[in-house]
Design a protein around this ligand. Structure first.
Ligand code: ARG
Ligand code: ZN
Length: 858
């Protein structure tokens, strides 16, 4: 059934208290729940109560102590009739966690028990109003065999524990903070903890623990540092203090997503906890810091203030992503972090916004909410809130968020509540701004700079493209930070903020006797795509002179995008290819030589726009042509600048390894130099890559070298892949890398490789990390996924069909790569459509996959 935002009604009953008693077992867990229910005076009267259930049978139901038989089941939900205004409902259910391959609800992972309840997993554990606006305090009794489950954890504080003589033990957990069911969690298993403490700003001591399997303990130090940094940062940046005596994090290896912010008991994918230099890359370290921060920040933006309904998901996710972005920016290089965030937005969210799955950050309807944990809700959601911060300025924005937390603490709020709090607290008028919540699609801004006399006039025009269900759009306010550079001095007189609110608008700037060079959307102040005709020499100027790091990066990107798009669309003849390349080559040479740049930033400036972003720039894309042109430019750069890249590689190789930004930057440019050399001078680079691999004392260098080798032919490829596997075969996260390297490679036989790897003894459809590592990178390969034969598409469709009965949530994530058919050349478009139709016709498809496939077919 289609669920609509406009149909929201408050639940007729309040459930102030919940008691849960678990008798834990891997194959059989017995759950006894006791719910105190009171009539909700602020909702429509109803004498029945609907308690959601998914795959449950009630073994016993009592109301006020009396067993009743008058219950019924309606599509899995338990329906009870209640005579009065206030009752105690008790229900017993039994579940089999070991059979739960969906990994939603209570499930077994490598001998331990854990839960994932967001969004609608709690109903797989017990009957309950499983919706985020029903807030309750939870008391949990956990009881189970001591040898199998020596550690028993749930939300809040452990208030009692004890032993029985039959080899079982128990623990009682109380969470004093009212919460919705999606924040419930329990974990039972044989785990060890890295323990630490944190003193909050008001002087309270919090016991911290990160729980992992024995043997993984040495790899938790970075996660613990990140946690303490997060707690401190949220006090300073947002005035938010932690509110329980304990904070537990558990790492599990079977997990559908990155991590989960359950109150006081965050559950994490091992990928975002475990790291040491030998097995984790610099990117992994950054991701751990970001995700630990993200989940911790949810304690306020998500838990203390939660969501009224799932249409409001961006209320917590968009805001929390913004918070984790700001945190990571403060912990490391802010400009580099901003560039990375924009790259993610453009490669993941822009395609979503221009495809069949486009939806506003606050969707209007859904069938399966798991399908809306998207780059749009998360990352575009963060950009929308960031724009409010840009409009208000950081101090006034903080007044807005303070007001939001104060006003809505303990409530289930809406996006509208958030916007109103920012309006009132920061003193903004966000009337028109609310359209950012309503409309899908990436706004396009075309601009033209005109110069006359001493005045430069900027003419802006915006269009918000039509998206499914939204043919007509209104203009949105677009805050653009800009600067006008004097060509001679290379300087500007200060940055300005202009806000485009109309469809067409012009802004004049006087005092320019010569036409200035325009730097616009600095810091990516608005999540729009800018269309402008900029002379390559102006882009080269900005790439060299702009004092805004993002704008500098953008100038490099524009230079390359303009060149490749011109060649691909035929507006630049192949004969003129050389001219464009020369300009790009000069800009690259300048970046390689510029001593004022640190290597982390240099690394950003050397990244070519990705194939999906390039495809996004074309009305109809030919993935093979995009790949060929981009690779050819890469090869040209690699051979033209062979000496420069080799010199960078040598210089960077001499930097002592370690955790410093210098060492990290050196590792980044080192592998990048190899990447260009591999394209332009394959022989030389194979030897260099093999040497880098052998010399590596850290995973960043080793993985970088192996990535380059995996794309090349020759014996080193095989040798090093075997070496890597043998070295790390016991470490699941590194074996994931081994799969991912091969499935993302530039090797012409990538498709055959993936096919063979699916038969590897270490491959399993049961583990989401393994499935993603083999197949997600593959969906980005031009030669593999987009093979003209259609075999790549078929492989992903087969995967979806095989995975759907096991883990529908993860299966449905693979539909979107197939959904791009409207924007792809006709031969591939037909092949993609045929695969989507084949999936749609399969019997017994999950709601998750069915919704994504039918939206994709449109
Ligand atoms: N709230 C989690 C986070 O972003 C994600 C959980 C998503 N779970 C799901 N089943 N879709 O931090
Ligand atoms: Zn989140």
């Amino acid at each position: 059934a289609l669920i609509r935002r406009e149909d929201y009604r408050p639940f007729p009953w309040l459930v102030p208290q919940v008691s849960l008693a678990f008798r834990l077992g891997l194959e059989k867990t017995r759950v006894k729940s006791a719910l105190t229910v009171n009539r909700n005076a602020r909702a429509d009267h109803s004498s029945t109560i609907r308690l959601n259930g998914d795959g449950l049978t009630p073994l016993e139901v009592t109301v006020d102590g009396e067993a009743i038989n008058s219950w019924s089941l309606d599509g899995g939900d338990l329906m009870l009739t209640l005579a009065g205004d206030s009752h105690l409902i008790e229900i017993v259910t039994e579940i089999d966690p070991s059979a739960n391959s969906q990994l939603m609800g209570l499930y077994a992972s490598g001998g331990m028990l854990c839960t994932q309840c967001e969004a609608e997993g709690f109903r797989r554990i017990t009957f309950f109003p499983d919706r985020p606006d029903v807030l309750s305090t939870y008391k949990v009794r956990m009881e189970g065999p001591r040898d199998a489950f020596p550690v028993l954890l749930s939300n809040g504080n452990c208030v009692a524990r004890g032993e029985a003589d039959d080899g079982t033990h128990w623990a009682d957990w109380h969470d004093p903070w009212p919460k919705p069911s999606y924040l419930f969690a329990l974990v039972a298993g044989d785990l060890v903890a890295n323990r630490d403490t944190f003193i909050t700003m008001s002087g309270r001591k919090v016991d911290l623990a990160i729980w992992v399997r024995e043997g993984d303990l040495e790899r938790t130090a970075h996660a613990m540092d990140s946690l303490k940094n997060s707690m401190k940062w949220d006090e300073e940046a947002f005035g938010r203090e932690y509110d329980l005596d304990t904070f537990n994090i558990v790492a599990v290896s079977d997990f559908n997503m990155g991590a989960m912010e359950n109150k006081g008991l965050n559950v994490f994918n091992t990928k975002y906890v475990l790291a040491d230099r030998e097995t984790a890359t610099d990117g992994d370290y950054d991701a751990i810091e970001g995700v630990i921060g993200h989940e911790y920040f949810h304690n306020w933006s998500g838990n203390r203030v939660t969501c009224r309904d799932w249409f409001q998901l961006s209320l917590k996710e968009g805001f929390t992503v913004l918070r984790d972005q700001l945190f990571s920016a403060d912990m490391g290089s802010a400009p580099v972090k901003r560039i990375e965030d924009v790259r993610i937005l453009r490669s993941a969210q822009f395609p979503e916004d221009s495809g069949p799955l486009a939806h506003p950050i606050r969707p209007d309807s859904y069938r399966e909410i798991s399908n809306f944990y998207t780059a749009t809700v998360y990352n575009k959601g963060a950009e929308v809130i960031r724009m409010m911060r840009t409009l208000a300025g950081p101090e006034r924005f903080r007044e807005g968020t303070d007001l939001y937390f104060e006003r809505h603490d303990g409530e289930a709020a809406t996006c509208e509540d958030f916007v109103r709090a920012i309006e009132d607290g920061a003193g903004l008028d966000l009337k028109q701004f609310r359209r950012w919540y309503e409309q899908a699609g990436t706004p396009k801004v075309s601009l033209r700079l005109e110069h006359q006399g001493d005045t430069a006039t900027l003419h802006l025009e915006q269009t918000v493209p039509p998206t499914p269900g939204q043919p007509d759009k209104q203009p949105v306010p677009i805050p653009l930070r800009l600067a006008l550079f004097d060509r001679k001095t290379g300087r500007h007189d200060g940055e300005q903020l202009v806000t485009l609110t109309e469809t067409r608008q012009s802004f004049s700037f006087s005092g320019f006797s010569q036409p200035p060079v325009l730097s616009v959307n600095r810091g990516f102040s608005a999540p729009v795509s800018i269309e402008r005709e900029t002379a390559p020499e102006d882009l080269v100027f900005l790439a060299a002179n702009d004092d805004d790091a993002f704008a500098r990066y953008e100038a490099m990107q524009d230079l390359v995008v303009g060149h490749l798009r011109g060649l691909l669309s035929g507006s630049i003849g192949k004969a003129e290819r050389g001219e464009g390349r020369e300009a790009i080559g000069r800009a690259f040479a300048a970046v390689l030589a510029d001593d004022s740049l640190d290597d982390l930033m240099r690394g950003e400036l050397l990244i070519l726009p990705g194939e999906s972003y390039l495809a996004e720039q074309m009305l109809i894309a030919d993935p093979a042509a995009i790949h060929a042109e981009r690779e050819s430019l890469k090869a040209w750069l690699g051979s033209t600048l062979e000496g420069e890249f080799a010199a960078v590689h040598e210089r960077a190789s001499a930097v002592e390894s370690g955790n410093s930004p210098e060492a990290k930057g050196a590792r980044k440019v080192k592998t990048q130099a190899l990447v260009y050399l591999a394209a332009g001078a394959p022989e030389r680079s194979a030897a260099m890559a093999a040497a880098q691999y052998d010399a590596a004392d850290n995973m960043t260098d080793r993985q970088g070298a192996l990535m380059v080798l995996t794309g090349l032919a020759g014996p080193e490829r095989t040798h090093k892949l075997i070496d890597f596997y043998n070295r790390f075969r016991g470490n699941a996260l590194v074996v994931d890398k081994w799969f991912a390297l091969q499935s993302s490679s530039l090797h012409p036989q990538v498709l055959e490789h993936v096919k063979a790897l699916a038969e590897h003894p270490d491959f399993t459809l049961k583990n989401p990390n393994r499935v993603r590592s083999l197949y997600m990178p593959f969906t980005g390969t031009a030669r593999g996924f987009h093979a003209e034969s259609g075999e790549g598409y078929r492989m992903i469709a087969d995967l979806i069909l095989a995975l759907d009965p096991i883990n529908p949530q993860t299966a449905a994530r693979f539909v979107s790569p197939l959904g791009r058919w409207r924007r792809i050349e006709p031969v591939r478009a037909a092949l993609l459509r045929a695969e989507l139709e084949r999936i749609a016709a399969a019997p017994g498809l999950s709601r998750d996959t069915h919704e994504q496939v039918s939206r994709s077919l449109g």
